[in-house]
Design a protein. Structure first.
Length: 88
């Protein structure tokens, strides 16, 4: 096949557009090393995407928790200032 067709097949394999078995069968007719390269490609893409999504999710959760903590501290300071004004 052509390079654009190969790239499209790799894209479909990585995004679930085609079953990996449908890609591996023709590749195994070429050479087992090509199958190994395909498996390495799929593993890298999946782990890279999963790690990126997980990293973004964790970062957002940490930022949200930090914001909540800051809000609690501001509220405590406000309540303390209000208490101090009332007790004077």
């Amino acid at each position: 096949g052509t390079l654009p067709r190969t790239m499209f097949t790799l894209y479909k394999a990585a995004t679930g557009g085609v079953d990996w078995e449908n890609v591996i069968k023709p590749l195994s007719d070429v050479h087992w090393v090509v199958v190994l390269l395909f498996m390495i490609f799929i593993s890298f893409v999946l782990f890279a995407v999963l790690n990126t999504v997980t990293g973004v999710f964790c970062q957002k959760a940490i930022e949200s928790a930090s914001h909540d903590h800051e809000t609690q501290i501001r509220e405590q300071i406000r309540e303390k200032a209000l208490y101090m004004r009332k007790t004077r």
